[in-house]
Design a protein around this ligand. Structure first.
Ligand code: HEC
Length: 299
């Protein structure tokens, strides 16, 4: 219970006692019920206040992310595919050094980010360990469309070893795995302070990020202006890079996003048309009852 709630609780107990001692002339029923009502009200108020306060002011939660008008959140828009393509470039050239995306295979990129030839060429640029072969040994071969995007580290221990003990999580589902995913990741990527606030000690390899729960994050600020060059010539400012990579990550977490939205639109359109028919049918069926006239003829 928060301090606020605890004080309110004490207050309500005090007032309950006072009620009982001061109104001695009242009947017993009234006296005690008044006290209980006051106690109840104060306790409820105190608890609500306490819950609200701990909800919003807990320093361990990090700052609530600012909401941005994402293209895909508009009613009739799909994911921004140009942005996704750029975001993949950011992921590949920056984030992939530390983070895996183990739910996406090269074949998933066909038709959404690349043509089949492009995706195949991309897969082949990467050597994959396969096997065992006929001689019982593992061997290296160029990647295929059915291979998954390569991970930077063979296992969690290796990842922690390379990052001062912090584990860079797999980013496949990150926008769904965090509250307010897109806004959180976007704000997180841009939310570093150069110096931690007074009184906060950071350990080796940690940085201060206002959006990260607790503030001390084990990821060095990954983005800065012009860290990569976009193939489509878009100026690679820090916020542009962050927006594009988040759009790409949103697609990774929900590759069915566009289809789902389109299906939803079809369903709503179809159901609205059917609704009109249904309303007409209802009026038709009820017309007999609705237009019936009751007449009582007295004898
Ligand atoms: C130098 C390695 C490195 C690079 C490059 C890097 N990260 Fe990280 N990232 C980390 C580490 C380590 C953590 C774990 C931090 C922790 O738990 O303190 C992390 C954590 C995260 C988290 C999770 C935060 C949370 O709420 O748990 C997200 C999201 C993230 N990184 C996104 C990105 C994106 C997007 C990029 C590319 C633009 C990127 N990272 C590039 C090392 C890296």
């Amino acid at each position: 219970m928060s301090l606020f709630a605890r004080n309110a609780w004490k207050l309500s107990l005090n007032s309950a006692q006072k009620c009982r001692t001061s109104h001695t002339a009242n009947t017993v029923v009234k006296k005690s019920s008044m006290g209980w009502v006051a106690a109840g009200l104060l306790a409820a108020g105190g608890l609500t206040g306490g819950v609200l306060l701990t909800d919003h002011l807990d320093a361990n939660d990090g700052l609530a992310p600012t909401a941005y008008p994402w293209e895909h959140k508009k009613m009739l828009s799909s994911l921004d595919h140009n942005s996704m393509r750029r975001g993949f470039e950011v992921y590949r050239q920056v984030c992939a050094a530390c983070h895996s995306i183990n739910q996406i295979a090269y074949r998933n990129l066909v038709g959404t980010l690349f043509t089949e030839e492009e995706a195949r060429a991309l897969a082949e640029s990467n050597m994959v360990t396969d096997g065992p072969g006929e001689d019982g040994k593992m061997f290296e071969r160029p990647g295929k469309l059915s291979d998954y995007l390569p991970a930077p580290y063979p296992n969690e221990e290796a990842a922690r070893w390379a990052n001062n003990g912090a584990y860079p999580p797999d980013l496949s589902l990150i926008t769904s795995a965090r509250n307010d995913g897109e806004n959180y990741v976007f704000n997180l990527l841009l939310g570093y302070l150069e110096e931690p606030p007074a009184g906060i000690e950071l350990r080796e390899g940690q940085h201060f990020n206002v959006y990260f729960p607790g503030g001390a994050i084990g990821m060095t600020p990954p983005l800065y202006d012009e860290i990569i060059e976009y193939t489509d010539g878009t100026p690679a400012t820090k916020s542009q890079l962050a927006k594009d990579v988040v759009t790409f990550l949103k697609w990774c977490a929900e590759p069915e996003f566009d289809d789902r939205k389109r299906l939803g639109m079809k369903a709503v359109t179809l159901l609205s048309i059917m609704m009109m028919g249904t309303l007409y049918w209802k009026r038709f069926k009820w017309s007999v009852l609705k237009t019936r006239k009751m007449a009582y003829v007295g004898r």
